[in-house]
Ligand binder design. Structure first.
Ligand SMILES: Cc1cc2nc3c(=O)[nH]c(=O)nc-3n(C[C@H](O)[C@H](O)[C@H](O)COP(=O)(O)O)c2cc1C
Ligand SMILES: Nc1ncnc2c1ncn2[C@@H]1O[C@H](COP(=O)(O)OP(=O)(O)O)[C@@H](O)[C@H]1O
Length: 296
């Protein structure tokens, strides 16, 4: 799969494509269903492309990073991942912006979700837009869970509330963040709980501060159960939001490695303990609870 930021000269003169347009934030079960439906009617000789609108103003609000989307699109057999970055300084309406970028393409068919409105709430005629783009547009029905439409904006508050089971139901997979392991104050090992610190995760929405049960992929295909601490670490006068992971039954140096942390379940809220002894006692209880839940 090729990833191409628009505008790009690579977009000129390519063969006819089937194009799916969306924000694709979270790549939830609605997005997955949309791509599956489109794939099922796409011939082998046709190129399947997605055009994803990346809202730069939403930094710290993303469910999935650009890299995550790349991985997920590859898994779904997408041939090209085009994206447009839109920030708060952009004053061109979204519909015009997309039209401007797509005018260079030979598009056979465009697919969107019924809930996708490029006029951002304003009046939107699919037929008129299709004429401007010289391509037919088809809107496919949205996916529902408990009768409610699944969309990124309803997943985000659940992440902020630590409701990881509900998040997982809507994403069709656990919520995950990927980053690079950074050096911290090296206190964890002294407490008997070394924790890898995830760096480069500012783009993601912050999960509710607390302790979670999860998994970590250390290297391709090698997974560990983990206790995740997400939050401000008030007991040690932490100054910023961090995501750290204490891996069960693991030892080794993973500094500077890229790792993916998956959140399975919220175990408890973050506590401001009076001292390190109370913190360590609680971490031991957290580990015991995790092992009991996992049958380890
Ligand atoms: C299972 C677990 C639970 C934790 N719970 C809390 C907590 O409730 N409050 C808190 O301030 N820090 C908590 N922490 C974060 C620790 O304070 C932090 O891991 C420790 O200070 C080591 O930091 P370092 O890895 O940067 O050296 C927790 C960490 C783990 C692994
Ligand atoms: N079970 C484990 N879980 C997490 N990290 C571990 C584990 N065993 C060894 N490590 C290593 O130790 C580091 C964390 O130790 P820690 O004392 O908390 O230092 P830091 O403050 O730099 O994160 C990790 O980055 C990793 O390289």
């Amino acid at each position: 799969m090729e990833t191409i930021q628009l505008p790009s000269s690579a977009s000129k003169g390519i063969e006819p494509v089937i194009m799916v347009i969306d924000f694709f934030d979270g790549f939830h079960i609605g997005h997955q269903h949309l791509l599956e439906e489109v794939k099922s009617v796409t011939h082998e000789r046709e190129r399947l492309a997605v055009l994803s609108i990346e809202r730069q103003s939403k930094y710290g609000e993303a469910l999935t990073s650009l890299k995550d989307k790349e991985k997920l699109f590859i898994e779904r057999g997408v041939d090209r991942y085009y994206y447009i970055e839109v920030d708060e300084k952009e004053d061109m309406p979204l519909q015009d912006l997309i039209t401007k970028h797509l005018q260079l393409f030979k598009i056979k068919q465009i697919y969107i979700s019924e809930s996708f409105n490029p006029s951002e709430g304003g009046e939107f005629s699919m037929e008129k837009w299709g004429k401007r783009l010289h391509a037919p547009i088809k809107a496919l029905p949205t996916v529902t869970l408990q009768g409610k439409e699944v969309d990124s904006e309803s997943i985000k508050p659940l992440v902020k509330q630590g409701r990881m089971e509900a998040v997982q139901a809507m994403l069709g997979r656990p919520y995950e963040v990927s980053g690079v392991v950074e050096k911290g104050e090296q206190l964890g090992r002294k407490l008997g709980f070394p924790t890898l610190n995830l760096g480069g995760i500012d783009e993601y929405i912050q999960v509710k501060p607390g302790v979670y049960l999860g998994t970590v992929e250390i290297s391709s295909g090698s997974w560990y159960y983990t206790l995740i601490s997400a939050g401000y670490r008030p007991t040690v006068q932490g100054d910023s939001y961090k995501v750290e992971a204490y891996l069960l039954d693991f030892s080794g140096d993973v500094y500077n490695q890229e790792v993916t942390v998956k959140f399975l379940r919220h175990l408890r809220d973050e506590v401001n303990f009076d001292g390190m002894e109370d913190l360590v006692d609680q971490m031991k209880q957290d580990e015991h609870q995790a092992r009991t839940l996992l049958g380890l």
